[in-house]
Design a protein around this ligand. Sequence first.
Ligand code: IYR
Length: 235
Amino acid sequence: MPEPAFLPYRPGRLPKAQMLRHAREFFDLMNQRRSVRQFAPDPVPRELIKLAIATASTAPSGAHRQPWRFVAVSDPAVKRRIRQAAEAEERKFYQGGRAPAEWLAALAPLGTGWRKPYLAIAPWLVVVFEELHGFAPSGQRRRNYYVKESVGIACGLFIAAVHQMGLVTLPHTPSPMRFLSEILGRPSNEKPFVLFPVGFPARNVQVPNLQRKALEEVAVWLERPRRSGPRNSHP
Ligand code: IYR
């Protein structure tokens, strides 16, 4: 068993007012994010995609295994193949009876359908794989832990990074997704998790009119009792 090695970590404290300002600014930024399904064909520099993947890969992960792989595709021929295969699956979902009526009703406000032209139009498709297990130097299987949780967190950071640089994306989940392993030539210890088209939004893009839940609906507080009496009344 290797000995744990520790290093000092001194991130420093911001003044309270600055903490609040950063918190508000980050919330305002993230609150403007929308999932987009219409992309402009304009190219996006590889360097930006690289930085989004690097940011995602800073995510915490079970036993620090970083059990993710990001496959970035800008090759038009590969994008076309992905579009074709995804649409074949989606067609069975939307029109072939694969989706239960309740699910289709839940999706109705989003206006989605089996056609996915954005898979060929967006300049980049970033396909995220979960690494089900790794390999020890001996070649033996090495377990990964909390893989879905870890990859989910990494994807959240990826989405935030993409938004922060002024680009848009969409977590697209064709189902089943096995075709992505075949088209992208990934090994059997990697399982497709989600596909992110990334690019600029189309000029006249529209998004569904959705509201986010109010904080009261998503947060529960069990707080330390507040001190009674006027503030600063203590000597
Ligand atoms: N995979 C399909 C269906 C779909 C499912 C959910 I849940 C969504 O939030 C949106 C779409 C598709 O990508 O259209």
